[in-house]
Ligand binder design. Structure first.
Ligand SMILES: [Mg+2]
Length: 227
């Protein structure tokens, strides 16, 4: 491998994220428990979130709006304002959540920072991701932060152009096969999958990947064996 740039996904790769969404979703289901079962509420919320993705993009603010929309729908527009307040409070709690850096991350960043250009490539809300990076204390490791509306082939190609490197010089590390790995392999880059124990349904894929530029590791520190 002739890698020049290593890009890290942020949520559930550098720090904990998905469990906070799941916890808020659970709390949301409790709030709306008189209108529908947990299963029905989760299904409806997921459907509305996906429908809204193109409008709101990824992140907590869109999630809050989708929770309110779901609450109105399942209650036939009868929820009281205090439920809406509780939903917006859930969102604010998520936005103010302390950053919990995942095991091994600092060790890896420390080991690669002088040998490679190290960047972050993440989806989500610009302000929220910038704030998380700042609060994580990891900001100084990175040469560049790319906040992408969608992690698809075209946006990765744009990133490579910005970094002025060839696809084979790019290595992406992340927890989502769908967003962090498949598009990068598609454009000729390298991908290392570091699974996280919870994955949002929207990020799950059925296929297994067979590609010489792909590896899966159990712990992020195993990446150091290949660099
Ligand atoms: Mg992620």
């Amino acid at each position: 491998m002739n890698i020049k740039v290593i890009a890290f996904d942020a949520d559930d790769t550098l720090w904990v994220n998905e469990p906070y969404f799941r916890a808020s979703e659970e709390r949301f289901c409790e709030l709306l428990g008189e209108y529908a079962s947990q299963h029905e509420l989760e299904r409806e919320l997921f459907k509305i979130e996906i429908e809204n993705l193109a409008l709101y993009g990824y992140g907590i603010k869109g999630f809050v709006l989708s929770m309110i929309e779901t609450a109105l729908k399942v209650s036939g527009n009868t929820i009281t304002p205090d439920i809406i307040e509780k939903i917006t409070d859930l969102g604010k709690q998520m936005l103010n959540q302390p950053i919990e850096i995942l095991d091994g991350v600092e060790q890896v960043l420390q080991a690669v920072k002088d040998k490679y250009r190290v960047v972050v490539a993440t989806k989500g809300d610009l302000l929220d991701q910038e704030r998380k990076l700042k609060r994580s204390g990891l900001g100084d490791y990175f040469h560049h932060i790319e906040i992408m509306s969608e992690k698809d082939d075209a946006n990765y190609l744009k990133l490579l152009k910005h970094l002025d490197i060839k696809p084979e010089e790019f290595l992406m590390i992340g927890n989502s096969l769908k967003s962090d790995i498949l598009p990068v392999l598609n454009i000729g880059g390298h991908g290392v999958h570091v699974p996280y124990h919870i994955t949002w349904a929207h990020e799950q894929i059925e296929d297994s990947i067979d590609n010489e530029r792909f590896r899966s590791v159990e712990r992020i520190t195993e990446i150091l064996n290949y660099l």
